[in-house]
Ligand binder design. Structure first.
Ligand SMILES: Cc1cc2nc3c(=O)[nH]c(=O)nc-3n(C[C@H](O)[C@H](O)[C@H](O)COP(=O)(O)O)c2cc1C
Length: 198
């Protein structure tokens, strides 16, 4: 890793008031991806991590479609992204599309927790990735109609987001404004803004 990348990591590591696990401090949404593939077993370990998320009635509603850089499928997924995301996501080693099956197998009703559970799975995927020095970036800026048509999604599959991931490269390889964002510290609301003791 170059000194520039090491500096980026130092800047992006969460500065927390209270002690949290190192992995949580380490994960962040990167945009500068190295020209290095993610090994098959490593990629599978990310999906395995996702599969261990908790879910309502253990329904495990998350679904993933993915493509490796250099394939036609990758380019097809990339084309669905808004240009402001495609400009950096094109360098990702893997593009993943996250979806939620909104059907409940157990009950004949809609699984209202499907999106929640899929988000939980995505977070585990990203944390497992960070543990392998792979950085993922969730993306909600994409053309929904095009993506749904590309993947031929039925109504009961909710599209959730893309995840671009790969090993890190220097922020220098990005154009502005992404270069600056890549070296800007992350911030969070104060705990008092979203918690309330009853
Ligand atoms: C569902 C979702 C959609 C997002 N969409 C985009 C996006 O379209 N473009 C982008 O650059 N970042 C996107 N992000 C990344 C967020 O901007 C990022 O998570 C947030 O700024 C916090 O930064 P951190 O993940 O580095 O802590 C998205 C994140 C999530 C969870």
């Amino acid at each position: 890793m170059t000194e520039i990348t090491l500096n980026t990591l130092a800047v992006k590591t969460a500065a927390t008031l209270y002690d949290v696990h190192e992995l949580l401090r380490k994960r962040w949404s990167a945009r500068a991806f190295a020209d290095k593939p993610v090994e098959t077993d490593t990629l599978q370990s990310l999906f395995e991590a996702a599969s261990w998320a908790p879910s309502s009635v253990n329904e495990q509603p998350w679904r993933y479609a993915y493509a490796l850089r250099g394939t036609e499928a990758f380019d097809a997924l990339l084309n669905c992204l808004q240009p402001s995301n495609a400009v950096w996501a094109k360098n990702a080693a893997v593009l993943i599309f996250s979806m939620a099956d909104t059907r409940f197998k157990a009950f004949e009703q809609t699984n209202r927790h499907a999106l929640h559970d899929t988000g939980a799975a995505n977070t585990l995927l990203l944390l497992q990735a960070a543990s392998c020095d792979i950085y993922g970036h969730e993306i909600g800026g994409y053309n929904r109609e095009e993506t749904r048509a590309l993947l031929d999604l039925p109504d009961y599959i909710e599209d959730v987001c893309f995840i671009a991931l790969g090993y890190l490269d220097d922020a220098e390889k990005l154009e502005e404004p992404y270069r600056t964002r890549e070296v800007t510290p992350r911030t969070r609301k104060d705990l008092t803004q979203f918690t309330q003791m009853l």
